[in-house]
Structure formats: structure tokens, C-alpha cells
Design a protein around this ligand. Sequence first.
Ligand code: G3H
Ligand code: 13P
Ligand code: ZN
Length: 343
Amino acid sequence: MPLVPMRQILDEAAKKGYGVPHFNVNNMEQAQAIMRGAEEVESPVIMAASKGALKYSDMLFLRNIMDACVEKYPKIPIALHLDHGTSVEICKTAINLGFSSVMMDGSLEEDGKTPRSYDDNIDVTRKVVNFAHPLGITVEGELGCLGGIEDDIGSGEEKLTNPDQVKEFVEKTNVDALAVSIGTSHGAYKFKIQPDPDKNLLAMNIIRRIHELCPNLHMVMHGSSSVPQELIAQINKYGGNIKETYGVPLWAIKEGIDAGVRKVNVDTDLRLAVTATIRKVFHDSPEAFDPRKYLGPARDAMKTIIIERYNTFGSAGHAYDYEPKTLEDMKIFYEESELKSSG
Ligand code: G3H
Ligand code: 13P
Ligand code: ZN
């Protein structure tokens, strides 16, 4: 099966009311864990590479690992997605590499740090859509700014999404999906105290309002790692030093999905699973030096988290629900919807 447009994976999720995890990938073990988990529970897959991941892997290596996933798992719908593209050029690079979806994160300037103005965000996002849609490629935009800084992404200043701007933004840009800022942040340090299910952790009112105003828009929750406490404890037990921190609990993510979120971005949880496992192997087997002896268990630990997310977000069991569309099908779809909206 060729790559599936992410738009279709999200459209299908919307029809049945579930969410699809987006997992970041940087290397072979992560990609295998994502695919092995998906095969086991029959989930569609959104595999994402950031600008940093492309740089780390010289692009070509990651692209070929992703290609191998498509070849080895021909029955599972897989979307390859660029995460947090900060310029038209990087989006074009990903499309030329063969990705079926790109995120133009126009909430930030090209440095990935400085907040961009609303008008410039519309402008740059529309440019990416104008390039991507005629090729059948899905585009995710972002409105508002997430809090927190993880490596190269984030201004450190949180700006919640204003629902009143969303309709205009979507109409002017024609994006397929929109990342919204509702109180999550990238990285491991999201909340200082344990989230209380009886208190409002995230701005769910924003999700609900946007869903009312734009019922066909696919909302995306970034910064949605749950930061499992047992992984933090394991890292610290075996020599790590992660300070007290809490992530987005699974109950909060489920609330978001019930309110209209269709894509849920997870990266940090897989990083924590790898680190916790490798630290334990090094501690328990100080004589080990074959990377397969620690990367193999790390891959299994990621798979456990991945399966839990497919099950909790509800995408498990839906891999074979639909006939996958091609990018050619999507070209026609976009041409027709363009004609409808102009006439
Ligand atoms: O949203 C950020 C993702 O976790 C990717 O992080 O830029 O360090 O690859 P990265
Ligand atoms: P986490 O850091 O919470 O895993 O978020 C990842 C993300 O939003 C990738 O775009
Ligand atoms: Zn993100």
C-alpha cells in the first residue's frame, strides 16, 4: 500500500469519534515499535518526523526507515507527517522526500521560537496549502502558541487559541487540521503538581467552542505525553535526575477526543520509555555492551506505551475499516472542494 493521506485517517476517525496518536520517530527502533504496536491492535498510524529528526538522520535514513514500514506492513494505513515545519521550504523538502502530510507551524517564526503575527500565520500557512493540496498532501496548521520549550520548538510563552479566530483562519488557509493551544506544553515538564480530575486542567471550553464553530475541522493536541510516573521513578532509581513533573493524564486526553480532537501528539513518553529501559539494563547487566541487548528491550518498552495509547485514544481496531485513498484521489478531492467553495 502506498502512503495514506493523513486527511483520510482523520476523516475516518471523525466519523467514528476516536483519536489517532501521532508518534514522533527518529530511528529504526521507534519506527518498529510504532508498527509492531499498530499491527498487534490493528490501528492506523501517523508517524511524524520533526526538523530535528530529519537533521539527525540526514533525512534519507529516516525516509528509508519509514519506507520500510510501508513495505513491511502493507495492510496498515500509514501517514508520514512533518512535525512543526517552520517554513514553506521545509514543508516542500518533506513533500519532495515523499511525506503524505506536513505541519506548517505558522504560530512561530522560522526560528521556531518567536511568536508570528496572526496575518503572517495565515499567509505562510496558505502558501503551504497552495503547494500541498494540488499534490494531494494534507496540511496541519497551528493557531495560538503552546507553552514550554523542547529543544528547538517553542517560544516559552503560552497563548491559548482564540476560537473566534479559528473559522476565519480555516476559511482563509484551507488547512485540514489545526493544532490548538489549550494548556498543554512540549517536553517532560508540563505540570508541577499531580493533575486533579475534579479541576479543569486544560481549556476544554476552547475545544468545544471550536468544534461548534467548525464541526468539520480536525483538531490536534500537541504536547500530549502523559509522563508516566513509573518511568520517571525508574529513570531516577537507576541514576537519572528528572525532577518532579506530571504530564497530560489519559483522562484529559479522552475528554479532548470526546470534544472533537482527532490527532494526539506524543513524543516525550517514548523518550522516557527508552531512557528508563536502557538505564535499567545498564544497571542490571553492567557487562552488556551489545546495543541490541538494550535497544531491543527499549523497543519493547516503547511498544507497551504505544499500544496503551492506541487503545485509550480509540484508534485500535480501525486499521482495516476503510479502503485507503491515494494522493491522486486527494488531488481530485481538493480540486472539487475548491470548486465548490469558489462557486
Ligand atoms: O514537538 C516537538 C517534538 O517533540 C519533536 O521534538 O524537535 O526534539 O525532535 P524534536
Ligand atoms: P510531548 O512532548 O508531550 O510528547 O509532545 C510532542 C508533540 O507535541 C510533538 O509535536
Ligand atoms: Zn508539537
